[in-house]
Design a binder for this molecule. Structure first.
Ligand SMILES: Nc1nc2c(ncn2[C@@H]2O[C@H](COP(=O)(O)OP(=O)(O)OP(=O)(O)O)[C@@H](O)[C@H]2O)c(=O)[nH]1
Ligand SMILES: [Mg+2]
Length: 194
């Protein structure tokens, strides 16, 4: 891509009443804790520490809004499937995220992250079912592909293509930038459609 869009942190939302009301379109990152949602935002922004990342799951505990070129938002959601947070926090996050997903009119697309090594695991299935039902634009991003051998990559790609459709998936690595171009073109396409 010729130019890297300017991405800046906009707002951390802990409660739905604090969600921005500018009406700009939104694309959100969804996936299990630790799958690489915040890393993908840093990769898109070509910045190291824009979104806080951590080796410890459960890092992102709010809905974090990033604004891209002043024209749309990338939204980093708290990850699901992390066993170690308290029951009350888990309930709080899931209510926040569920309401966001079900009621957010500005939501144009979901980037669903899945660990490329394992494919969907328990915890992913609720979200995957919701996405099928939702019927909006979804890109399935298979993360941490730098951890796969080239043989494994080919094998897994075939499997995921069969399951989700070749045009809806991308193998991604925040480490090497593999898949970044595809991600941008999906984002641009999705914003144009709606
Ligand atoms: N090797 C490799 N490691 C990655 C990649 N993407 C993320 N990681 C690592 O995975 C860990 C989790 O990354 P995050 O981006 O914080 O994950 P997250 O999905 O935002 O996690 P939560 O905020 O807890 O929901 C960090 O240690 C990252 O450095 C990748 O493409 N390749
Ligand atoms: Mg995160």
């Amino acid at each position: 891509m010729a130019r890297i869009p300017e991405i800046t942190f906009f707002k951390a939302v802990y409660s739905l009443k604090d969600i921005p009301s500018t009406g700009l379109p939104e694309i959100c990152m969804s996936g299990r804790s630790n799958v690489g949602k915040s890393s993908i935002i840093n990769c898109l922004a070509n910045q190291r520490n824009l979104a806080k990342i951590s080796r410890t799951p459960g890092k992102t505990q709010s809905i974090n809004y990033f604004i891209v070129d002043g024209t749309f938002y990338l939204v980093d959601l708290p990850g699901y499937g992390y066993a170690k947070i308290s029951k009350s926090d888990k309930k709080k996050f899931s209510e926040l995220v569920n309401t966001f997903l079900n009621e957010r009119r500005e939501l144009r697309g979901v980037i669903q992250l899945i660990d490329s090594r394992h494919g969907p695991v328990s915890g992913d299935y609720d979200m995957l079912r919701w996405l099928e039902m939702w019927g909006g634009s979804v890109l399935y991003v298979f993360t941490k592909s730098d951890k796969l051998s080239s043989n494994e990559k080919v094998k897994k790609m075939k499997m995921y293509e069969k399951e989700y459709g070749a045009e809806n998936i991308v193998m991604f690595s925040a480490l090497t930038g593999t898949g970044l171009e595809t991600l941008w073109s999906w984002i641009n396409r999705t914003l144009k459609i709606t």
